[in-house]
Design a protein around this ligand. Structure first.
Ligand code: VGL
Ligand code: ZN
Length: 211
């Protein structure tokens, strides 16, 4: 088999990160071309026996919202007890249209929809560990319980939630590949180059597409 061919196996999982209205054009934290990932993911997902969808799911007034910090603007950073936090426009507020999965996302074989970022005082880009780097969502244990050894990450945004999810999957011992044509990035303040460098340094494969 050519080194560039990736065959999907029963122990593989597809993690579909945060394909929500708020991260698509017209949304509160729109990722450029965010909705372009939808048809790519719809075509990929049936090939996987294990598919997990994640949903950023913040309470109103979440600590990551710039609106909660007087005099601060979106995309600035502040120091919080758990470390540096980028401030965002209000987004992914629980039970609002922006928090819904994109209406054209069609992944009926998804086994789990994992919501994250629900602690009002702690953000969670990663689907595995919250930003305090302690609170565990249980996803790694669930994947292991299903016999998963290799994780493919796709979705929004490549430089935030996809990257943090991929890095934590790798740290949890999974083989990790990011399928780049099924991702789009925010790319603010060099975040995409930094995310790519961290992922590569961690041994994560960045695959242009899964053919
Ligand atoms: C995300 C910033 C804030 C993401 C979520 O899904 O990448 N980014 N919340
Ligand atoms: Zn968020």
């Amino acid at each position: 088999m050519a080194a560039t061919t990736t065959a999907i196996a029963p122990g593989d999982a597809l993690l579909v990160v945060d394909v929500q209205n708020c991260f698509c054009p017209g949304g509160a934290l729109a990722v450029p071309e965010g909705d372009a990932v939808v048809p790519v993911i719809n075509a990929l997902a049936p090939r996987f026996a294990n598919v997990v969808l994640t949903q950023d799911w913040h309470p109103a007034g979440h600590i990551s919202f710039a609106s909660q910090h007087a005099g601060r603007q979106p995309f600035e950073t502040i120091a919080l007890p758990y470390g540096e936090q980028v401030l965002w426009p209000d987004h992914a507020v629980q039970a609002t249209p922006g928090a819904e999965l994109h209406p054209a996302l069609a992944v009926p074989n998804a086994r789990l929809i994992l919501r994250k970022g629900m602690n009002p005082l702690v953000d969670s880009y990663s689907a595995f560990l919250e930003a305090d780097r302690k609170s565990d969502t249980g996803l790694a244990a669930w994947l292991r319980s299903q016999g998963v050894t290799r994780v493919f990450c796709v979705g929004l945004a490549l430089d935030y939630c996809v990257a943090w999810t991929a890095l934590d999957a790798r740290a949890a011992g999974f083989d990790v590949t990011v399928i780049e044509n099924a991702c789009r990035a925010i790319d603010a303040n060099g975040s995409l180059a930094a995310a790519r460098a961290s992922m590569t340094a961690a041994g994560i494969a960045l695959l242009p597409s899964l053919d």
